[in-house]
Design a protein around this ligand. Sequence first.
Ligand code: TRP
Length: 362
Amino acid sequence: MATQESSPRPRILTGDTPTGRLHVGHWVGSLENRVRLQADYDCFFLLANMHAFTTRAEQPKDIRRDTLEIAKDWLAAGIDPERSTLVLQTEIPAIAELTWFFSMIVPFNRVMRNPTLKTEIELKGLGEHYSFGFPLYAVGQCADILAFRPELIPVGEDQVAHIEMCREIARRFNWTYTPVKPESKDEDHLKEGGLFPIPDALVGRVGRLVGTDGKNKMSKSLGNVIYLTDSSKEIKKKLGALYTGRQSMTEPGDTGNALFTYVRAFIKDEQKVKDLEDRYSRGDNIGDGHVKADIATAIDELLGPMRERRAALEGEKGDARVLEILRAHVDKANAVAEKTLYLAKEAMGLDFGRRVLGMEPK
Ligand code: TRP
């Protein structure tokens, strides 16, 4: 059983809500970090399918499809199921139970002040008609994380407010139910007998990638995305339409525009990036079209291998492969989360039983 004691590598927990396919904004914001860190961390990647129900409870079929799609995107991007654990949120009861306990040590108003929630209410036009479970998901996300007692949470910039709340809840739990004192430093919590580490967010190279409209954050609902599954042709077409902001947002030759955000995000060769920047700012006979072609090539090189791995996962056979992986990983995930829940309940004077869930991991 992979428990904290027998696992020498520090842990990572992060995840995505299945709302659709992943795009290159996800890659530079977090996915790239996740793939890279698999070598040094014991990684848990969570499919937050329960959270998908907070705004789409009437669409279970879509949520099921999106859940499998995201898992396929992950595998295609280089998440390695031999090294990392995929966690299907709805199969981990300890998360739901910790959510309840955490919801009672965080003030209601604190949750509602969470800027990520506020933005989401606005962007999705939820008004005052969101479900009770919608704001609860923010507390649930703290439980997702803390159930695995990770050190690090690789996320895009929009998630940092959630991680801050998670850190507050971890502190408060430790102060309330363990010997840790309010004046203790974050990094001393475990040493002083706390249950939860105070985990850090890790934001990727480009925390918030601008979309192909050249203005807003890349986001499926705004239709300004380049999907990880896009073909070479689609990439070219979308970049062709990229609004560079030359007309109004920046001066001619200003490399602070969307175009050059893409240059820096996707062209790996630093010398080439510098050359393009120099030529562009000098107005040195280099048009947007030329730069866009270079970006398209770079993105295509990034996505090529992903497309190939993805192709092997298409259709029902692919679904079956993903389900097989998810089922095989449930036991390891539950072994870790159940232990955390047991220790949390023990700290709270709730050590009445010793539930054993699931089977021995394979
Ligand atoms: N809220 C995240 C998103 O919308 C998904 C998520 C759920 C998550 N639980 C998490 C991310 C725990 C990091 C850690 O993408």
